[in-house]
Ligand binder design. Structure first.
Ligand code: CP
Ligand code: NVA
Length: 311
């Protein structure tokens, strides 16, 4: 197949709903293959450059392992070791790396930087987390929900905590594409980005889902099939951590709040988690938690994405 235009993955909505469902099916095939230790050479000879301006365990290891498992190679680039850290522009770096590698994954602060990089890149660019979006995590999350619930249809998910957050924004888009009813509970002043919210709401309606934003965590969690939360102070917000702990405490997912969810609810968290803050140990380490399967699914969902963008 000859690709006429390079495809990037900067937000979940860079995929259509059909593409999302195909990608989840492919991820399930790749997961089975991996568990059966089948050799896969789908990306033989291909190289992924990975630019990390923020810390990572899951994203780095799952992308690098994924490339290796498909016969390709990944290169880790940190600001300490590259000219990016000394001020070389995104536009120049994109044009240089496009001559060497077959795709680039970037984790950084500014979403605009990744957009600029993609605009100058002639190879696919994948957003590995910015302050505004974390799309590859949500691909893994949807794969996990489909595995656990057997379907993406007729489900209600609730997120409690920071609304203006990369995970919340990407979840709003992913849930909308999947047609899942999604409720976000956050304190006043921490609501999601208005434009992302409006677009996700319209997308949800078009796919049989809905989006609700509330200040009341009990309203969000009531009867939900899926409970999700994330850290209260994301990377780069360390100075606000103490204030945020006080503001967000009513949004903690603990046994009492979780008792309002459906009896067979699942608990999800992109990790890393802070037990005693956004979630209590008895929930994240309890029988309803699927967080480690969710973490593993980063590998499988991203392999499907790499194949989609690179072949
Ligand atoms: N969930 C996630 O992106 O984890 P890392 O920060 O470890 O990559
Ligand atoms: N919202 C978190 C996600 C970490 C994977 C952060 O940006 O730090």
């Amino acid at each position: 197949m000859i690709k006429t235009k390079v495809q990037h993955h900067l937000e979940v909505t860079d995929l259509t709903a059909d593409e999302l469902h195909q990608l989840l099916d492919e991820a399930a095939v790749l997961k089975k293959q991996h568990h059966e230790k089948k050799i896969n050479k789908d990306l033989e000879g291909q190289t992924l450059a990975m630019i990390f301006d923020k810390s990572s365990t899951r994203t780095r290891v799952s992308f690098e392992a994924g490339m290796t498992q498909m016969g390709g190679h990944a290169i880790f680039l940190s600001p300490e070791d590259t000219q990016i850290g000394r001020g070389e522009s995104a536009a120049d770096t994109a044009r240089v790396l496009s001559g060497y590698v077959d795709a680039v994954m970037i984790r950084t602060f500014s979403h605009e930087m990744v957009q600029e990089f993609a605009a100058y890149s002639s190879v696919p660019v994948i957003n590995g987390l910015t302050d505004i979006h974390h799309p590859t995590q949500v691909l893994a999350d949807l794969l996990t929900i489909k595995e656990q619930k057997g379907t993406l249809q007729g489900l209600t998910a609730a997120f409690t905590g920071d609304g203006y957050n990369n995970m919340t924004h990407s979840l709003m888009q992913g849930m909308a594409l999947a047609g899942i009813d999604f409720r976000v509970a956050c304190p006043a002043g921490y609501e999601p980005d208005q434009t992302i919210m409006e677009n996700a709401s319209a997308l949800a309606a078009a796919h049989g889902g809905s989006l609700m934003i509330t200040k009341d965590p009990e309203e969000a969690v009531n009867g939900a099939d899926i409970l999700i939360t994330d850290v209260w102070a994301s990377m780069g917000m360390e100075a606000e951590a103490d204030t945020r702990k006080k503001t967000f405490m009513p949004y903690q997912i603990n046994a009492e709040l979780a008792s309002l969810a459906a009896d067979d609810y699942i608990f999800m968290h992109c990790l890393p988690a802070h037990r005693g803050e956004e979630v209590t140990a008895n929930v994240i380490d309890g029988a309803h938690s699927v967080v480690f399967n969710e973490a593993e699914n980063r590998l499988h969902a991203q392999k499907a994405l790499l194949k989609k963008l690179m072949i």
